[in-house]
Design a protein around this ligand. Structure first.
Ligand code: SAM
Length: 335
């Protein structure tokens, strides 16, 4: 993707402010990124207990004076924040479950939602496990001119602060909720839920037991429980689009999950993402499209199953996307 030439200088300068703050205040990369974002947003360098020191403040001021976000579109600001976060991945160990959703996947999801909600003028959209907000903002910046209310839930304070910072710098309005997605949600019922789901065991069995998709023995899968919670949160006929492990239904716990989905909704599509996007076959992900019962929803005449071609095979990839769009128009009917 070609970088807007106005992003690059801001990236360099903000990178320097982060390094200065890290050194002066003994902060880890992401706390320094949050600090620099606060300074930018308030237009004032926050000093506490003599830090940053006056000499650092002077250097920082000089750097902030060079930052200009006013000529950048919201999506360029998103990209800037994304690149700053990616720099942090080189310094701090970030577990895969906390990593940002790449743009390739975000853009595919934007396309899916655009097609499904093509006749909607208003849309409420929740990201369950919003993290840094990169996926949610990619969607908000690429959905056509609709009145979209964007919401995000996450239980990680630092990631949610990064999402809040990004939204303010982009001047994109979203509502962010710091909570466990498996507690009763503070969000209203929505038209669509998206989630690049955290994959693995959920540690609190007492909470998991309240969900139909919990495992009978041992810990339950967080991603299964969060799909169930998402379906609970959808309006009748609403749509959930999830990034899930490619072998989602191939584990023993996969069957109860399918049964649950079929009880309250319709499994419409499960498409493996191109293998080339992932390091190894175990890490491969898929897009799952589920629709809640009610409204005009109906089970697709045939569930769409398949593999996205590799992106480098442009013609094949484009053909597959067209077929997917035609499938969605014919089968995923929203009010
Ligand atoms: N789409 C996000 C982005 O672009 O930054 C990345 C999502 S990341 C793969 C999965 C997210 O799920 C993480 O941000 C993690 O903190 C969150 N998460 C994990 N368990 C959760 C829970 N029980 N409730 C809410 N969020 C949770």
């Amino acid at each position: 993707m070609a970088l807007n030439p106005k992003v690059e200088p801001n990236l360099q300068v903000l990178g320097q402010t982060i390094a200065l703050l890290q050194e002066d205040m003994d902060l880890d990369y992401f706390d320094a990124l949050i600090e620099t974002g606060d300074n930018l947003l308030t237009g004032e360098i926050q000093v506490e207990d003599g830090h940053p020191k006056p000499a650092t403040v002077a250097k920082l001021q000089d750097l902030y004076d060079q930052v200009d976000l006013t000529t950048l579109a919201a999506d360029d600001v998103r990209l800037l924040v994304q690149l700053l976060i990616l720099k942090g991945y080189k310094q701090e160990a970030i577990q895969p479950n906390h990593q940002m959703t790449p743009d390739t996947i975000g853009l595919l999801l934007a396309n899916i939602l655009t097609v499904i909600f093509r006749n909607h003028h208003q849309l409420s959209l929740l990201d369950m496990g919003v993290g840094t907000g990169n996926l949610l903002f990619t969607l908000l910046n690429h959905l056509p001119d609709q009145d979209v209310t964007g919401m995000g839930v996450d239980n990680d304070d630092t990631l949610l602060t990064l999402a809040s910072l990004s939204s303010q710098l982009q001047q994109v309005k979203v509502e962010l909720f710091h909570q466990d997605g498996l507690d009763p949600l503070l969000v209203p019922a929505v038209d669509a839920v998206v989630s690049d789901l955290p994959v693995g065991y959920y540690p609190i069995d007492e909470k998991a037991e309240k969900f139909a998709t919990h495992n009978q023995e041992g810990h339950s899968f967080a991603h299964h429980l969060l799909i169930e919670q998402s379906l609970n949160t959808l309006k009748p006929g609403g749509v959930g689009v999830f990034i899930v492990p490619a072998g989602l239904f191939q584990t023993p716990a996969g069957l109860p999950l399918v049964k649950y989905i079929q009880q309250v909704g319709y499994l419409q599509a499960l498409l493996n993402l191109p293998q080339g996007l992932f390091g190894n076959t175990q890490a491969r992900k898929a897009i799952l499209v589920v629709q809640k019962q009610g409204g005009n929803a109906q089970q697709a005449s045939q569930v769409l199953l398949g593999d996205f071609p590799e992106i480098k095979n442009q013609d094949e990839f484009a053909k597959f996307v067209h077929e997917l769009e035609a499938f969605l128009v014919a089968n995923v009917v929203v009010k």
